[in-house]
Design a protein around this ligand. Structure first.
Ligand SMILES: [Zn+2]
Ligand SMILES: [Zn+2]
Length: 347
């Protein structure tokens, strides 16, 4: 077993601290990855603080992993030492259910095995990417194409695919009007990707504070939702709305902004149920839907798309010792637009 450096939570309430953990030996189908960069996702904070269920500690979060292959198991066929690779939100699934067989492992009927805080096939608890190394089965690894730097690629593994998947599924593209609610880690990727797909993109943000950023990222229009006139001006406008906000918002008001057959897709996960007025749905044959990350095949497709269109995340690279400070800034929405840990600082 390989003993490595990480930053881990030791309780639901304390700071993350330097912690040594072990990784399993590289099995026949495993790949050992030397992690170079690891993004900080809002989910990391919810999870380590026990807000999405009790955890076992120490817990190493991180599911936006980019690095280099340093060892491969005897039966690994698709990767070799030196390959640039990524790992996202899951590291295994049952591989047998109808959803796994369809390549939608994120919706595995047995539950996909999360990159951290989940029970692995060997009964141990998975540990994530705020670490120098990780061992992952080759079927849950993706290739980071040349031309995409590892630091800006890391957040694509969660924030990128979480927004790419619904944009892809609901056919964002030329002639389609797409709105993005919220311009944070997820929202800024939704804007970049929808723009690259050829859609006309509108940001719906609480205020106009980030308007300049939004337009620079590729939005065609920018509206403040704190202004009630926005909802009158944009009524019936959009084919697709991606809601990246995990706070509770007035879904029925936003549904009225959809055109006939439009869909509002939640990718944020508010803790409280969201009430929906059925009239807002039936008066325009509208849908209220949800979407969670993407399958491995689609994650690779997203990375290839981003490389082709020269899209990376907007990032702020930090040292491991600044992780706790970064968490506070994420909670205060003070991040432009993703923190990425330089894992060479995990000493
Ligand atoms: Zn995430
Ligand atoms: Zn399955």
């Amino acid at each position: 077993m390989l003993e490595i450096n990480t930053y881990a939570a030791t309780s639901a309430t304390g700071d993350l601290v330097p912690t040594r953990i072990t990784r399993r030996d590289v099995g026949p189908h495993d790949v050992l990855i030397d992690i170079k960069f690891s993004g900080i996702c809002h989910s990391d904070i919810h999870t380590v603080r026990g807000e999405w269920g009790d955890q076992q500690y120490p817990l190493v979060p991180g599911h936006e992993i980019a690095g280099i292959v340093t060892e491969v198991g005897s039966d690994v066929s698709r990767y070799t030492v030196g390959d640039r690779v990524g790992v996202g939100c899951m590291v295994n699934s049952c591989r047998e259910c109808v959803n796994c067989l369809a390549g939608e492992e994120q919706y595995c009927l047995a539950g996909n095995i999360g990159t951290y805080g989940a029970k692995d096939v060997d009964g141990t608890i998975t540990q994530g990417g705020y670490a120098t190394h990780v061992v992952v089965n080759e079927d849950f690894i993706v290739r980071i194409p040349e031309g995409l730097e590892l630091d800006v690629a890391a957040p694509l593994l969660c924030a990128g695919v979480t927004t790419y998947s619904p944009l892809n599924h609901w056919n964002a593209g030329p002639g389609k009007k797409v709105a993005v609610i919220g311009l944070g880690g997820l929202g800024h990727m939704a804007v970049k990707i929808a723009h690259a797909m050829g859609a006309e993109v509108t940001v719906l943000s609480r205020s106009l504070k980030k308007q300049e950023d939004g337009l620079k990222l590729g939005a065609d229009h920018y509206f403040a939702t704190e202004n009630p006139e926005t909802f009158e001006a944009l009524a019936g406008s959009f084919n697709l709305i991606i809601n990246t906000v995990s706070a509770s918002i007035d879904i029925s008001a936003f549904l009225q902004l959809l055109s006939l057959d439009g869909a509002l897709v939640n990718v944020g996960a508010p803790a409280e149920p969201l009430p929906v007025n059925a009239f807002a749905l039936i008066t325009g044959r509208r849908s209220f839907a949800g979407s969670m990350i993407g399958g491995i095949r689609e994650t690779q497709e997203m990375l290839d798309f981003c490389a082709e269109h020269k899209i990376g995340a907007e990032i702020e690279v930090i040292s491991a010792e600044d992780i706790n400070k970064a968490y506070e800034r994420v909670l205060a929405s003070d991040v432009h637009y993703r923190f990425v840990i330089d894992t060479s600082t995990l000493v």
